[in-house]
Design a binder for this molecule. Structure first.
Ligand code: NDP
Length: 515
Protein backbone atom coordinates (compact mmCIF):
# COMPACT_ATOMS: atom_id res chain seq x y z
CA UNK A 1 0.00 0.00 0.00
CA UNK A 2 1.25 3.49 -0.77
CA UNK A 3 1.57 5.63 2.21
CA UNK A 4 3.26 8.89 2.82
CA UNK A 5 5.37 7.17 5.47
CA UNK A 6 6.78 4.80 2.86
CA UNK A 7 7.15 7.44 0.14
CA UNK A 8 7.52 10.82 1.85
CA UNK A 9 5.06 13.22 0.28
CA UNK A 10 7.38 16.19 0.60
CA UNK A 11 9.90 14.48 -1.62
CA UNK A 12 7.13 13.15 -3.90
CA UNK A 13 5.74 16.60 -4.43
CA UNK A 14 9.10 18.20 -4.85
CA UNK A 15 8.02 20.80 -2.33
CA UNK A 16 10.17 22.10 0.52
CA UNK A 17 7.63 22.76 3.19
CA UNK A 18 4.51 21.23 4.70
CA UNK A 19 1.95 23.80 5.77
CA UNK A 20 -0.29 21.33 7.57
CA UNK A 21 -1.05 17.64 7.22
CA UNK A 22 -4.31 16.20 5.89
CA UNK A 23 -5.22 12.84 7.41
CA UNK A 24 -6.39 10.20 4.92
CA UNK A 25 -9.05 7.82 6.19
CA UNK A 26 -10.12 4.37 5.08
CA UNK A 27 -13.89 4.91 4.80
CA UNK A 28 -14.59 1.20 5.22
CA UNK A 29 -12.90 1.01 8.62
CA UNK A 30 -12.62 4.59 9.85
CA UNK A 31 -8.86 4.14 10.40
CA UNK A 32 -6.48 6.96 9.48
CA UNK A 33 -3.98 5.39 7.09
CA UNK A 34 -1.72 8.30 6.12
CA UNK A 35 -1.16 12.02 6.33
CA UNK A 36 -0.30 14.18 3.33
CA UNK A 37 0.84 17.79 3.06
CA UNK A 38 -1.65 20.58 2.49
CA UNK A 39 0.29 22.67 -0.01
CA UNK A 40 0.10 26.44 0.24
CA UNK A 41 -0.24 28.78 -2.73
CA UNK A 42 3.52 29.54 -2.53
CA UNK A 43 4.32 25.83 -2.71
CA UNK A 44 2.04 25.38 -5.72
CA UNK A 45 3.86 28.28 -7.37
CA UNK A 46 7.15 26.47 -6.71
CA UNK A 47 5.83 23.33 -8.41
CA UNK A 48 4.60 25.46 -11.31
CA UNK A 49 8.05 27.02 -11.75
CA UNK A 50 9.61 23.54 -11.90
CA UNK A 51 6.99 22.41 -14.39
CA UNK A 52 7.58 25.41 -16.63
CA UNK A 53 11.33 24.79 -16.59
CA UNK A 54 10.75 21.16 -17.63
CA UNK A 55 8.15 21.75 -20.37
CA UNK A 56 10.38 22.60 -23.34
CA UNK A 57 12.51 19.48 -22.82
CA UNK A 58 9.41 17.29 -22.53
CA UNK A 59 7.92 18.76 -25.69
CA UNK A 60 11.23 18.29 -27.50
CA UNK A 61 11.10 14.53 -26.84
CA UNK A 62 8.40 14.41 -29.49
CA UNK A 63 5.53 11.93 -29.70
CA UNK A 64 7.90 9.01 -29.90
CA UNK A 65 9.95 9.89 -26.83
CA UNK A 66 6.90 10.72 -24.75
CA UNK A 67 5.02 7.70 -26.07
CA UNK A 68 7.84 5.39 -24.99
CA UNK A 69 7.47 6.61 -21.40
CA UNK A 70 3.68 6.30 -21.53
CA UNK A 71 3.97 2.76 -22.88
CA UNK A 72 6.39 1.92 -20.08
CA UNK A 73 3.86 3.36 -17.63
CA UNK A 74 1.17 1.09 -19.11
CA UNK A 75 3.32 -1.93 -18.27
CA UNK A 76 4.11 -0.47 -14.84
CA UNK A 77 0.39 -0.22 -14.03
CA UNK A 78 -0.15 -3.85 -15.03
CA UNK A 79 2.93 -5.03 -13.11
CA UNK A 80 1.81 -3.14 -10.01
CA UNK A 81 -1.93 -3.67 -10.37
CA UNK A 82 -2.27 -5.39 -6.98
CA UNK A 83 -0.51 -2.57 -5.16
CA UNK A 84 -2.53 0.10 -6.97
CA UNK A 85 -5.79 -1.71 -6.22
CA UNK A 86 -4.86 -2.03 -2.52
CA UNK A 87 -4.11 1.70 -2.43
CA UNK A 88 -7.37 2.66 -4.14
CA UNK A 89 -9.40 0.35 -1.89
CA UNK A 90 -7.64 1.64 1.22
CA UNK A 91 -8.53 5.29 0.58
CA UNK A 92 -11.99 4.79 -0.93
CA UNK A 93 -13.41 1.66 0.71
CA UNK A 94 -14.65 0.57 -2.73
CA UNK A 95 -14.64 -3.05 -3.82
CA UNK A 96 -11.61 -4.67 -5.41
CA UNK A 97 -13.71 -5.27 -8.53
CA UNK A 98 -14.61 -1.57 -8.84
CA UNK A 99 -10.92 -0.67 -8.51
CA UNK A 100 -9.88 -3.27 -11.07
CA UNK A 101 -12.53 -2.76 -13.75
CA UNK A 102 -13.09 0.98 -13.62
CA UNK A 103 -9.58 2.10 -12.69
CA UNK A 104 -6.80 -0.37 -13.56
CA UNK A 105 -8.45 -1.32 -16.86
CA UNK A 106 -8.99 2.34 -17.71
CA UNK A 107 -5.41 3.42 -16.93
CA UNK A 108 -3.99 0.44 -18.81
CA UNK A 109 -6.00 1.20 -21.91
CA UNK A 110 -5.56 5.00 -21.70
CA UNK A 111 -1.74 4.91 -21.58
CA UNK A 112 -1.65 2.79 -24.74
CA UNK A 113 -4.41 4.74 -26.50
CA UNK A 114 -2.87 8.18 -26.07
CA UNK A 115 0.66 6.99 -26.81
CA UNK A 116 -0.63 5.51 -30.07
CA UNK A 117 -3.11 8.16 -31.19
CA UNK A 118 -1.53 11.44 -30.01
CA UNK A 119 0.63 11.71 -33.17
CA UNK A 120 -2.42 11.26 -35.41
CA UNK A 121 -4.78 13.56 -33.45
CA UNK A 122 -2.17 16.30 -33.16
CA UNK A 123 -0.55 16.01 -36.58
CA UNK A 124 -0.20 19.21 -38.61
CA UNK A 125 -3.21 19.65 -40.89
CA UNK A 126 -2.79 21.00 -44.43
CA UNK A 127 -5.83 23.09 -45.27
CA UNK A 128 -7.30 23.98 -48.68
CA UNK A 129 -9.14 27.26 -48.67
CA UNK A 130 -12.14 28.45 -50.66
CA UNK A 131 -11.04 32.05 -50.38
CA UNK A 132 -9.74 33.46 -53.64
CA UNK A 133 -7.63 35.92 -51.67
CA UNK A 134 -5.32 33.21 -50.34
CA UNK A 135 -5.41 30.69 -53.18
CA UNK A 136 -2.01 29.18 -53.85
CA UNK A 137 -0.68 29.85 -50.38
CA UNK A 138 0.26 27.09 -47.96
CA UNK A 139 -2.07 26.84 -44.98
CA UNK A 140 -1.29 24.67 -41.97
CA UNK A 141 -3.04 24.21 -38.64
CA UNK A 142 -0.79 22.95 -35.91
CA UNK A 143 -1.49 21.93 -32.34
CA UNK A 144 0.99 23.29 -29.80
CA UNK A 145 0.90 22.22 -26.16
CA UNK A 146 -0.61 24.86 -23.87
CA UNK A 147 2.34 24.52 -21.47
CA UNK A 148 1.33 23.70 -17.91
CA UNK A 149 -1.92 21.80 -17.39
CA UNK A 150 -3.52 21.74 -13.95
CA UNK A 151 -5.70 18.69 -13.35
CA UNK A 152 -8.07 18.84 -10.38
CA UNK A 153 -9.81 15.57 -9.55
CA UNK A 154 -12.60 14.14 -7.39
CA UNK A 155 -12.51 11.33 -4.83
CA UNK A 156 -14.69 8.73 -6.51
CA UNK A 157 -12.12 7.45 -9.05
CA UNK A 158 -8.65 8.45 -7.84
CA UNK A 159 -6.94 6.79 -10.78
CA UNK A 160 -9.40 7.15 -13.66
CA UNK A 161 -10.81 10.62 -13.04
CA UNK A 162 -7.80 12.25 -11.45
CA UNK A 163 -4.74 10.70 -13.01
CA UNK A 164 -6.54 9.59 -16.19
CA UNK A 165 -6.86 13.14 -17.50
CA UNK A 166 -3.12 13.72 -17.05
CA UNK A 167 -2.27 11.09 -19.68
CA UNK A 168 -3.46 12.92 -22.83
CA UNK A 169 -2.17 16.20 -21.41
CA UNK A 170 1.31 14.66 -21.08
CA UNK A 171 1.08 12.96 -24.48
CA UNK A 172 0.42 16.39 -26.04
CA UNK A 173 3.71 17.72 -24.66
CA UNK A 174 2.48 19.56 -21.59
CA UNK A 175 3.78 19.34 -18.08
CA UNK A 176 1.10 18.52 -15.52
CA UNK A 177 0.36 19.27 -11.89
CA UNK A 178 -2.36 17.04 -10.47
CA UNK A 179 -4.38 18.19 -7.45
CA UNK A 180 -6.21 15.09 -6.23
CA UNK A 181 -9.09 15.27 -3.80
CA UNK A 182 -7.82 15.70 -0.26
CA UNK A 183 -9.91 12.62 0.56
CA UNK A 184 -8.04 10.31 -1.86
CA UNK A 185 -4.50 11.58 -2.55
CA UNK A 186 -2.57 8.30 -2.14
CA UNK A 187 -3.25 6.82 -5.58
CA UNK A 188 -1.95 9.99 -7.25
CA UNK A 189 1.22 9.88 -5.14
CA UNK A 190 1.70 6.25 -6.09
CA UNK A 191 1.30 7.14 -9.77
CA UNK A 192 3.92 9.88 -9.37
CA UNK A 193 6.26 7.21 -8.04
CA UNK A 194 5.42 4.95 -10.99
CA UNK A 195 5.95 7.71 -13.54
CA UNK A 196 9.39 8.42 -12.05
CA UNK A 197 10.28 4.74 -12.29
CA UNK A 198 9.23 4.84 -15.94
CA UNK A 199 11.68 7.65 -16.60
CA UNK A 200 9.50 10.75 -16.75
CA UNK A 201 11.85 13.74 -16.43
CA UNK A 202 11.86 15.73 -13.19
CA UNK A 203 9.12 18.36 -13.01
CA UNK A 204 7.04 16.97 -15.88
CA UNK A 205 4.42 15.31 -13.68
CA UNK A 206 3.90 16.50 -10.10
CA UNK A 207 1.21 16.00 -7.47
CA UNK A 208 0.02 18.91 -5.35
CA UNK A 209 -1.76 17.40 -2.37
CA UNK A 210 -4.05 19.74 -0.53
CA UNK A 211 -7.54 21.06 -0.08
CA UNK A 212 -9.75 23.40 -2.09
CA UNK A 213 -7.38 26.32 -1.57
CA UNK A 214 -4.54 24.31 -3.08
CA UNK A 215 -6.83 23.69 -6.06
CA UNK A 216 -7.59 27.40 -6.29
CA UNK A 217 -3.87 28.21 -6.28
CA UNK A 218 -3.37 25.75 -9.13
CA UNK A 219 -6.06 27.57 -11.14
CA UNK A 220 -3.97 30.74 -10.76
CA UNK A 221 -0.77 29.03 -11.98
CA UNK A 222 -1.82 26.75 -14.84
CA UNK A 223 -2.26 27.53 -18.53
CA UNK A 224 -5.33 25.29 -18.65
CA UNK A 225 -7.41 23.61 -15.99
CA UNK A 226 -9.01 20.20 -16.43
CA UNK A 227 -11.49 19.97 -13.59
CA UNK A 228 -13.59 16.98 -12.58
CA UNK A 229 -15.92 17.35 -9.64
CA UNK A 230 -19.21 18.80 -8.53
CA UNK A 231 -21.09 21.43 -10.50
CA UNK A 232 -20.90 23.69 -7.42
CA UNK A 233 -17.08 23.66 -7.31
CA UNK A 234 -16.90 23.76 -11.12
CA UNK A 235 -18.61 27.16 -11.03
CA UNK A 236 -16.02 28.42 -8.52
CA UNK A 237 -13.15 27.16 -10.69
CA UNK A 238 -14.62 28.83 -13.76
CA UNK A 239 -15.04 32.12 -11.89
CA UNK A 240 -11.49 32.04 -10.58
CA UNK A 241 -10.07 31.16 -13.99
CA UNK A 242 -11.86 34.19 -15.41
CA UNK A 243 -9.40 36.37 -13.47
CA UNK A 244 -6.48 35.13 -15.57
CA UNK A 245 -8.51 34.16 -18.67
CA UNK A 246 -7.33 30.60 -18.20
CA UNK A 247 -9.22 28.04 -20.30
CA UNK A 248 -11.17 25.51 -18.26
CA UNK A 249 -12.57 22.09 -19.10
CA UNK A 250 -15.27 20.87 -16.74
CA UNK A 251 -16.52 17.31 -16.15
CA UNK A 252 -19.25 17.78 -13.57
CA UNK A 253 -22.16 16.08 -11.87
CA UNK A 254 -25.02 14.14 -13.36
CA UNK A 255 -28.47 12.71 -12.68
CA UNK A 256 -28.51 9.99 -15.32
CA UNK A 257 -31.97 8.74 -16.24
CA UNK A 258 -32.74 5.17 -17.35
CA UNK A 259 -35.81 4.74 -19.54
CA UNK A 260 -37.30 1.24 -19.63
CA UNK A 261 -39.80 0.75 -22.44
CA UNK A 262 -42.48 -1.95 -22.43
CA UNK A 263 -40.66 -4.10 -24.99
CA UNK A 264 -37.35 -4.12 -23.10
CA UNK A 265 -35.53 -7.29 -22.10
CA UNK A 266 -36.61 -6.83 -18.49
CA UNK A 267 -34.14 -9.29 -17.00
CA UNK A 268 -31.18 -7.50 -18.62
CA UNK A 269 -32.61 -4.09 -17.77
CA UNK A 270 -33.11 -5.10 -14.12
CA UNK A 271 -29.59 -6.52 -13.84
CA UNK A 272 -28.22 -3.34 -15.39
CA UNK A 273 -30.32 -1.11 -13.11
CA UNK A 274 -29.00 -2.92 -10.03
CA UNK A 275 -25.41 -2.87 -11.27
CA UNK A 276 -25.15 0.61 -12.76
CA UNK A 277 -26.83 2.28 -9.79
CA UNK A 278 -24.79 0.43 -7.15
CA UNK A 279 -21.35 -0.14 -8.67
CA UNK A 280 -18.69 1.94 -6.95
CA UNK A 281 -21.32 2.41 -4.22
CA UNK A 282 -23.35 4.59 -6.61
CA UNK A 283 -20.50 7.12 -6.58
CA UNK A 284 -20.08 7.32 -10.32
CA UNK A 285 -20.71 10.52 -12.25
CA UNK A 286 -22.52 8.39 -14.86
CA UNK A 287 -24.39 6.31 -12.28
CA UNK A 288 -27.98 5.39 -13.05
CA UNK A 289 -29.65 7.81 -10.62
CA UNK A 290 -33.34 7.56 -11.61
CA UNK A 291 -35.49 5.16 -13.60
CA UNK A 292 -38.67 5.72 -15.65
CA UNK A 293 -40.57 2.56 -16.51
CA UNK A 294 -43.56 2.23 -18.83
CA UNK A 295 -46.64 1.24 -16.84
CA UNK A 296 -47.27 -2.25 -18.36
CA UNK A 297 -43.88 -3.57 -17.21
CA UNK A 298 -43.41 -1.44 -14.12
CA UNK A 299 -44.40 -4.00 -11.45
CA UNK A 300 -42.34 -6.81 -12.93
CA UNK A 301 -39.30 -4.55 -13.33
CA UNK A 302 -39.56 -3.23 -9.77
CA UNK A 303 -39.84 -6.79 -8.36
CA UNK A 304 -36.79 -7.94 -10.27
CA UNK A 305 -34.64 -4.95 -9.33
CA UNK A 306 -35.64 -5.08 -5.67
CA UNK A 307 -34.80 -8.77 -5.40
CA UNK A 308 -31.39 -8.21 -6.98
CA UNK A 309 -30.54 -5.17 -4.84
CA UNK A 310 -31.71 -6.93 -1.67
CA UNK A 311 -29.20 -9.71 -2.39
CA UNK A 312 -26.17 -7.42 -2.56
CA UNK A 313 -23.47 -7.88 0.06
CA UNK A 314 -22.04 -4.76 1.64
CA UNK A 315 -19.17 -4.13 4.04
CA UNK A 316 -15.42 -3.72 4.23
CA UNK A 317 -13.88 -5.15 1.05
CA UNK A 318 -11.13 -7.57 2.05
CA UNK A 319 -10.38 -9.08 -1.37
CA UNK A 320 -11.98 -9.95 -4.70
CA UNK A 321 -15.46 -11.43 -4.37
CA UNK A 322 -16.01 -10.37 -0.77
CA UNK A 323 -18.69 -7.66 -1.21
CA UNK A 324 -20.60 -6.01 -4.06
CA UNK A 325 -21.10 -2.58 -2.51
CA UNK A 326 -18.40 -0.71 -0.63
CA UNK A 327 -18.28 2.37 1.55
CA UNK A 328 -19.44 5.96 1.22
CA UNK A 329 -16.11 7.60 0.45
CA UNK A 330 -16.68 11.22 1.47
CA UNK A 331 -18.27 11.90 4.91
CA UNK A 332 -20.67 14.71 3.84
CA UNK A 333 -21.97 12.47 1.04
CA UNK A 334 -23.69 10.28 3.62
CA UNK A 335 -25.71 13.32 4.77
CA UNK A 336 -26.81 13.98 1.18
CA UNK A 337 -27.95 10.38 0.68
CA UNK A 338 -29.81 10.41 4.01
CA UNK A 339 -31.45 13.74 3.18
CA UNK A 340 -32.66 12.50 -0.21
CA UNK A 341 -34.18 9.33 1.24
CA UNK A 342 -35.78 11.20 4.17
CA UNK A 343 -37.22 13.82 1.81
CA UNK A 344 -38.65 11.10 -0.45
CA UNK A 345 -40.20 9.29 2.51
CA UNK A 346 -41.69 12.51 3.88
CA UNK A 347 -43.33 13.19 0.49
CA UNK A 348 -44.87 9.73 0.25
CA UNK A 349 -42.25 7.47 -1.34
CA UNK A 350 -41.82 3.85 -0.23
CA UNK A 351 -38.47 2.21 0.54
CA UNK A 352 -38.56 -1.37 -0.79
CA UNK A 353 -35.11 -2.32 0.49
CA UNK A 354 -32.34 -0.51 2.36
CA UNK A 355 -33.09 3.04 3.41
CA UNK A 356 -30.62 3.59 6.22
CA UNK A 357 -26.96 3.96 7.12
CA UNK A 358 -25.35 0.81 8.50
CA UNK A 359 -24.36 0.67 12.15
CA UNK A 360 -20.79 -0.15 13.18
CA UNK A 361 -17.34 0.67 11.90
CA UNK A 362 -16.86 2.37 8.56
CA UNK A 363 -19.28 4.51 6.58
CA UNK A 364 -21.94 2.60 4.66
CA UNK A 365 -25.42 3.27 3.35
CA UNK A 366 -27.54 0.26 2.51
CA UNK A 367 -28.32 -0.36 -1.17
CA UNK A 368 -31.76 1.23 -1.47
CA UNK A 369 -34.71 1.00 -3.87
CA UNK A 370 -37.38 3.71 -3.73
CA UNK A 371 -40.78 3.74 -5.45
CA UNK A 372 -43.73 6.12 -5.43
CA UNK A 373 -41.30 8.90 -6.33
CA UNK A 374 -41.81 12.03 -8.43
CA UNK A 375 -40.06 15.25 -9.40
CA UNK A 376 -41.04 17.09 -6.23
CA UNK A 377 -38.44 14.91 -4.49
CA UNK A 378 -34.71 15.66 -4.31
CA UNK A 379 -33.89 12.01 -5.08
CA UNK A 380 -35.28 12.55 -8.61
CA UNK A 381 -33.85 16.00 -9.30
CA UNK A 382 -30.56 16.44 -7.41
CA UNK A 383 -27.41 14.35 -7.74
CA UNK A 384 -27.48 11.76 -4.93
CA UNK A 385 -24.13 10.06 -5.60
CA UNK A 386 -24.87 7.08 -3.40
CA UNK A 387 -26.34 3.56 -3.46
CA UNK A 388 -29.95 4.55 -4.09
CA UNK A 389 -32.28 3.83 -6.99
CA UNK A 390 -35.61 5.67 -7.28
CA UNK A 391 -38.00 4.10 -9.83
CA UNK A 392 -40.97 5.98 -11.29
CA UNK A 393 -43.92 4.68 -13.34
CA UNK A 394 -44.66 6.57 -16.58
CA UNK A 395 -47.48 6.29 -19.11
CA UNK A 396 -45.31 6.11 -22.20
CA UNK A 397 -42.00 6.96 -23.84
CA UNK A 398 -43.07 10.59 -24.35
CA UNK A 399 -43.60 11.11 -20.63
CA UNK A 400 -40.30 9.34 -19.88
CA UNK A 401 -38.44 11.63 -22.29
CA UNK A 402 -40.06 14.74 -20.87
CA UNK A 403 -39.07 13.75 -17.32
CA UNK A 404 -35.57 12.61 -18.34
CA UNK A 405 -34.97 16.05 -19.85
CA UNK A 406 -36.51 17.82 -16.87
CA UNK A 407 -33.10 18.26 -15.24
CA UNK A 408 -30.34 20.83 -15.06
CA UNK A 409 -27.92 17.97 -15.72
CA UNK A 410 -27.15 16.26 -19.03
CA UNK A 411 -24.26 13.87 -18.55
CA UNK A 412 -25.55 10.47 -19.74
CA UNK A 413 -28.76 8.49 -20.12
CA UNK A 414 -29.82 4.98 -21.09
CA UNK A 415 -32.78 3.59 -23.04
CA UNK A 416 -33.94 0.00 -22.88
CA UNK A 417 -35.96 -1.51 -25.76
CA UNK A 418 -35.73 -4.46 -28.13
CA UNK A 419 -36.58 -2.09 -31.00
CA UNK A 420 -33.06 -0.72 -31.28
CA UNK A 421 -33.89 1.47 -34.31
CA UNK A 422 -36.56 3.24 -32.26
CA UNK A 423 -34.18 3.33 -29.29
CA UNK A 424 -31.62 5.13 -31.40
CA UNK A 425 -34.19 7.65 -32.61
CA UNK A 426 -35.39 8.31 -29.05
CA UNK A 427 -31.75 8.62 -27.90
CA UNK A 428 -31.38 11.67 -30.15
CA UNK A 429 -34.13 13.40 -28.19
CA UNK A 430 -32.41 12.97 -24.81
CA UNK A 431 -30.50 16.03 -23.66
CA UNK A 432 -27.25 14.35 -22.61
CA UNK A 433 -23.67 14.08 -23.81
CA UNK A 434 -23.97 10.31 -24.20
CA UNK A 435 -26.96 8.00 -24.54
CA UNK A 436 -26.74 4.22 -24.51
CA UNK A 437 -29.36 1.79 -25.81
CA UNK A 438 -29.59 -1.47 -23.83
CA UNK A 439 -26.40 -0.58 -21.98
CA UNK A 440 -24.93 1.96 -19.59
CA UNK A 441 -21.53 3.35 -18.61
CA UNK A 442 -19.54 1.06 -20.96
CA UNK A 443 -19.23 3.84 -23.55
CA UNK A 444 -16.62 5.31 -21.17
CA UNK A 445 -14.28 2.48 -22.18
CA UNK A 446 -14.45 3.53 -25.86
CA UNK A 447 -11.73 6.16 -25.77
CA UNK A 448 -12.47 7.02 -29.40
CA UNK A 449 -15.81 8.70 -28.60
CA UNK A 450 -16.27 11.97 -26.74
CA UNK A 451 -17.41 11.88 -23.13
CA UNK A 452 -18.72 15.10 -21.66
CA UNK A 453 -21.80 16.67 -20.18
CA UNK A 454 -24.43 18.96 -21.63
CA UNK A 455 -26.16 21.67 -19.60
CA UNK A 456 -24.62 22.02 -16.10
CA UNK A 457 -22.84 18.67 -16.40
CA UNK A 458 -19.80 20.14 -18.04
CA UNK A 459 -17.87 22.13 -20.54
CA UNK A 460 -15.81 20.28 -23.15
CA UNK A 461 -15.17 16.58 -23.50
CA UNK A 462 -12.62 13.94 -22.69
CA UNK A 463 -11.64 11.13 -25.08
CA UNK A 464 -11.55 11.16 -28.88
CA UNK A 465 -9.55 13.70 -30.89
CA UNK A 466 -11.12 16.53 -28.88
CA UNK A 467 -9.92 14.89 -25.66
CA UNK A 468 -6.31 15.71 -26.50
CA UNK A 469 -6.70 18.76 -28.75
CA UNK A 470 -8.20 20.55 -25.76
CA UNK A 471 -4.72 20.49 -24.19
CA UNK A 472 -3.27 22.42 -27.11
CA UNK A 473 -3.29 25.86 -28.64
CA UNK A 474 -4.16 25.90 -32.31
CA UNK A 475 -1.82 27.84 -34.49
CA UNK A 476 -2.57 28.73 -38.11
CA UNK A 477 0.48 29.10 -40.32
CA UNK A 478 0.28 30.69 -43.77
CA UNK A 479 3.24 30.56 -46.10
CA UNK A 480 3.48 32.50 -49.38
CA UNK A 481 6.08 31.12 -51.75
CA UNK A 482 5.52 32.73 -55.16
CA UNK A 483 4.20 36.28 -55.13
CA UNK A 484 4.38 39.55 -57.05
CA UNK A 485 6.20 42.52 -55.61
CA UNK A 486 2.86 44.06 -54.74
CA UNK A 487 -0.61 42.52 -54.31
CA UNK A 488 -3.56 44.38 -55.94
CA UNK A 489 -5.17 45.25 -52.56
CA UNK A 490 -2.04 47.04 -51.28
CA UNK A 491 -1.59 50.83 -51.21
CA UNK A 492 -2.29 53.13 -52.91
CA UNK A 493 -6.10 52.84 -53.06
CA UNK A 494 -7.76 53.84 -56.32
CA UNK A 495 -11.43 54.22 -57.28
CA UNK A 496 -10.91 52.03 -60.36
CA UNK A 497 -9.36 49.15 -58.39
CA UNK A 498 -12.14 49.35 -55.81
CA UNK A 499 -14.85 49.26 -58.53
CA UNK A 500 -13.23 46.19 -60.04
CA UNK A 501 -13.10 44.53 -56.63
CA UNK A 502 -16.76 45.39 -56.06
CA UNK A 503 -17.68 43.71 -59.37
CA UNK A 504 -15.58 40.69 -58.50
CA UNK A 505 -17.27 40.36 -55.11
CA UNK A 506 -20.72 40.52 -56.74
CA UNK A 507 -19.67 37.88 -59.21
CA UNK A 508 -18.33 35.65 -56.44
CA UNK A 509 -20.96 36.06 -53.76
CA UNK A 510 -23.95 37.65 -55.45
CA UNK A 511 -25.31 34.46 -56.99
CA UNK A 512 -26.79 33.13 -53.76
CA UNK A 513 -28.84 36.30 -53.45
CA UNK A 514 -30.32 35.95 -56.95
CA UNK A 515 -31.19 32.27 -56.51
P1 NDP B 1 -15.71 18.52 -5.55
O1 NDP B 1 -16.24 19.48 -6.54
O2 NDP B 1 -16.07 18.70 -4.13
O3 NDP B 1 -14.10 18.48 -5.59
C1 NDP B 1 -13.40 18.22 -6.79
C2 NDP B 1 -11.98 18.71 -6.63
O4 NDP B 1 -11.97 20.14 -6.54
C3 NDP B 1 -11.28 18.22 -5.36
O5 NDP B 1 -9.94 17.96 -5.63
C4 NDP B 1 -11.44 19.41 -4.44
O6 NDP B 1 -10.49 19.43 -3.41
C5 NDP B 1 -11.21 20.54 -5.41
N1 NDP B 1 -11.69 21.83 -4.98
C6 NDP B 1 -12.56 22.14 -3.98
N2 NDP B 1 -12.75 23.49 -3.92
C7 NDP B 1 -11.99 24.04 -4.89
C8 NDP B 1 -11.77 25.36 -5.33
N3 NDP B 1 -12.39 26.41 -4.76
N4 NDP B 1 -10.92 25.57 -6.36
C9 NDP B 1 -10.31 24.53 -6.97
N5 NDP B 1 -10.48 23.24 -6.59
C10 NDP B 1 -11.31 22.99 -5.56
O7 NDP B 1 -16.13 17.10 -6.10
P2 NDP B 1 -16.03 15.70 -5.34
O8 NDP B 1 -14.61 15.41 -5.02
O9 NDP B 1 -17.04 15.73 -4.24
O10 NDP B 1 -16.47 14.66 -6.48
C11 NDP B 1 -17.78 14.27 -6.70
C12 NDP B 1 -18.36 15.01 -7.88
O11 NDP B 1 -17.56 14.80 -9.03
C13 NDP B 1 -19.75 14.54 -8.26
O12 NDP B 1 -20.57 15.66 -8.51
C14 NDP B 1 -19.52 13.75 -9.53
O13 NDP B 1 -20.64 13.69 -10.37
C15 NDP B 1 -18.40 14.51 -10.14
N6 NDP B 1 -17.69 13.69 -11.12
C16 NDP B 1 -17.84 13.97 -12.44
C17 NDP B 1 -17.25 13.17 -13.40
C18 NDP B 1 -17.42 13.45 -14.86
O14 NDP B 1 -16.67 12.88 -15.67
N7 NDP B 1 -18.34 14.29 -15.28
C19 NDP B 1 -16.43 12.00 -13.02
C20 NDP B 1 -16.32 11.82 -11.60
C21 NDP B 1 -16.94 12.64 -10.69
P3 NDP B 1 -10.86 18.79 -1.98
O15 NDP B 1 -11.36 17.41 -2.21
O16 NDP B 1 -9.59 18.79 -1.30
O17 NDP B 1 -11.93 19.68 -1.40
Amino acid sequence: MASVDEAPAVATNGSNGVAAGIPVENPATGAVIATVPNLSAAEVAELAAKARAAQAGWEALGFEGRGAILNRAQRWVMDHADRIIETIVSETGKTYEDAQLAEIAYAGSAFGFWAKHAPEFLADERVRTESVFVKGKKLVVRYAPVGLVGVIGPWNFPLTNSFGDCIPALAAGNTVILKPSEVTPLTSLLMAEGMRECGIPEGVFQVATGDGETGGALVDEADLIMFTGSTKTGRKVLARAAETITPVQLELGGKDPMIVLRDADLERAANAAAYYSMNNGGQVCISTERVYVEAPVYDEFVDKVTEKVRGLRQGEPTGFGTVEVGAVIFPPQLDIVERHVADARAKGATVLTGGRAREGAGRFYEPTVLVGVDHTMACMTEETFGPTLPIMKVADAEEALRLANDSPYGLQASLWTKDTARGEQLARRVEAGAVTVNDAQVNYAALEVPMGGWKTSGLGTRHGAGGIRKYTKQQAILVTKLAPKKDPHMFPYSARKSRLLGRALKFLYGRGKRA
